[in-house]
Design a binder for this molecule. Structure first.
Ligand code: IYR
Length: 220
């Protein structure tokens, strides 16, 4: 064993256990939906801390963990972000998005208004660290997009597991987030996720997910 290595504690489930566990996990994840209408009901900070710690277990290039999760519940900051996001989205929905893109979005009923940014009790803005800064010294990060994308997937899974909802909001361009949240030059905004309870009357589009045959090719 390498000097800095420690033994890995295996679980060693039986084949039957694995089939059952994986089926149960899939059933649970299959209930996840992106929800755009939130309740303002408070969510304990401890839940948000736990889901961020869960996201932080993601693998990353050279274990650089090139992410910062900015968590806000402050009403003034939320309003500023909503205002800036809506200004960009207004432009997107009034000419910046192609006709094909607008058509693809029709079934989701989205528009430039983003009230969830103010209504959801928590907003998480994920930043990717294009490099690390140690004083003036720049240190390389690797596979930053992939690493942060994986961490966001785990974050979304953790939110769902906690019994809450979210949606992946990517206002475009999103550099206003760097300014409002006063982030350093090595950080770039990646994704904005409102987190909270779904509104009592929330509804979601009747989407179908692709089948296994549609998404997987087995070479046995
Ligand atoms: N960013 C816009 C538009 C949008 C784009 C895609 I691709 C979506 O899946 C959903 C929305 C918005 O947030 O409305």
């Amino acid at each position: 064993m390498e000097e800095n290595f420690i033994p890995y504690h295996r679980e060693d489930p039986t084949a039957d256990e694995m089939v059952e566990r994986s089926q149960n996990f899939y059933n649970k994840l299959d209930k996840r939906r992106s929800v755009r209408v939130f309740d303002s009901k408070p969510v304990p900070k401890a839940v948000i801390e736990n889901i961020i710690m869960a996201a932080g277990t993601a693998p990353s290039g050279a274990h650089k963990q090139p992410w910062t999760f900015c968590v806000l519940s402050n009403g003034e900051l939320k309003s500023k972000i909503r205002e800036a996001a809506e200004a960009e989205e207004y432009e997107n929905y009034h000419g910046r998005m192609s006709e094909e893109w607008m058509n693809d979005l029709k079934q989701f009923g989205t528009d430039w208004r983003k009230p969830f940014i103010e209504i959801a009790p928590w907003i998480i803005v994920v930043f990717r660290k294009t490099y690390d800064l140690n004083g003036d010294q720049k240190m390389k990060n690797y596979y930053v997009q992939e690493s942060v994308g994986i961490a966001c997937g785990m974050l979304i899974t953790a939110i769902h597991n906690a019994g809450l909802v979210t949606l992946t909001h990517t206002p475009s361009p999103m550099n206003f987030l760097t300014k409002i949240l006063n982030r350093p030059v090595n950080e770039k905004p990646f994704l904005l996720l409102p987190v909270g309870y779904a509104a009592a009357d929330a509804s979601v589009p009747d989407l179908q997910r692709k089948s296994l045959e549609d998404i997987a090719v087995f070479y046995e």
